[in-house]
Design a protein around this ligand. Structure first.
Ligand code: SME
Length: 353
């Protein structure tokens, strides 16, 4: 690894020509992605003395701050927001000659005048962005784009070759359940208990984030147990005031489809509690993704009071009559929230071993 950085005294092109092989050495000679990002940031900063050089990593529907050099920066940027979130959404490098002229620019530092954001990929999906800020307007041009894209291609190749995703690790359990309160108390009690158990086991509760019914009960349970509750709601529901006011985090998605994808991306397991048609839709979709290998977490039904018995009969019929791939139903059935957590823990431990 190039621990001593050589910096060319020449022009921008010469500086990049000297820097790029050293970035490649940093990338190729270390397996830990955070360590790589830290040294890549330091090498670029030392070469050009930019105001801020650093990484944001994709985590669910957000970018989260990674290793950087420079002043304090904002920690989370939503998909499509700011220059970074726009580069992610548009899947391309964005050069911003004057940040004041970029609608929605997020000013982490008031000294920043121009900016370049270069995405990097793992297996064809954006895994994060390199962000560079300058104190002068018009600092970045097509030469920066060309060289920095070469560096990020090297990082992407490294990521694609390694088991390190470069993304943050999800710590959530998503709970699908009713938004109706007009149900027997035993269902509301089990939902509250599910929220408590998730929090006490150290997971983040991820849910549709509603203020009513079993959904509200799970959130109340998680918060009362000192845990975190992330609610994921499509924009129209937030506008209607349907979000639970106690949520630790409220994520705004453009559609119901994006809501389901975002919930899944933040989680290591999915749990279905009793609910109506929306719950059934969510359960069946995550089971489909699990069967297709698009979701790797365990899918668990908590069969409170035998609520799911008719549906489980239907799944069994699908299996018996050859409609379910491999004659296996991609779901596990338990009776209580405690059993659900035990089951998920065993699944996670099994996957690690
Ligand atoms: N300006 C960026 C935010 C990150 S900071 O520049 C470090 C943006 O608009 O996305």
């Amino acid at each position: 690894m190039a621990e001593e950085l050589t910096v060319s005294e020449g022009n921008k092109e010469e500086k990049y020509a000297t820097l790029l092989p050293q970035l490649k050495a940093i990338i190729d000679n270390e397996s830990d992605i955070i360590a790589i990002m830290a040294n890549v940031s330091a090498a670029i900063k030392e070469t050009f003395d930019f105001l801020w050089v650093g990484f944001y990593r994709v985590c669910g529907s957000q970018l989260i701050l990674g290793p950087f050099q420079g002043p304090l920066a904002c920690t989370r940027i939503a998909y499509g927001k700011g220059v970074c979130g726009s580069a992610w959404a548009e899947k391309r490098t964005l050069v911003v000659p004057d940040v004041d002229a970029f609608p929605g620019h997020i000013a982490c530092s008031s000294s920043s005048r121009s900016e370049i954001v270069v995405p990097f990929y793992k297996d064809g999906e954006i895994a994060g962005v390199l962000d560079i800020d300058s104190e002068r307007t018009g600092t970045f041009d097509s030469a920066d784009t060309l060289w920095l894209e070469k560096a990020m291609a090297a990082l992407g190749n490294r990521l694609s070759d390694s088991s390190d995703s470069g993304e943050c690790r999800p710590d959530g359990i998503v709970v699908y359940c009713a938004s109706s309160s007009n149900v027997e108390q035993c269902y509301l009690d089990a939902a509250k208990e599910m929220g408590e158990k998730i929090a006490k086991a150290g997971f983040t509760l991820v849910s549709g984030g509603g203020r009513m019914g079993l959904m509200a009960a799970t959130i109340d349970g998680a918060i009362a147990a000192g845990g975190k509750a992330t609610g994921v709601l499509p924009h129209f529901m937030i506008e209607k005031g349907w979000a639970h006011p106690g949520l630790t985090r409220c994520l705004d998605t453009p559609s119901m489809h994006a809501r389901k994808q975002t919930m899944a991306s933040l989680t290591v397991a999915a749990v279905a509690l009793p609910g109506g048609i929306g719950t059934l839709d969510e359960l069946c979709e995550i089971m489909t993704w699990r069967q297709l290998g698009l979701y790797h977490g365990e899918v668990v039904v908590v069969n409170t009071n035998g609520f799911f018995d008719p549906l489980l009969d239907m799944f069994n019929r699908m299996c018996r009559q050859g409609f379910m791939r491999g004659n296996v139903t991609p779901v596990s059935v338990v009776s209580t929230p405690d059993e659900a957590i035990d089951h998920i823990r065993r699944h996670i431990a099994h996957n690690k071993s």
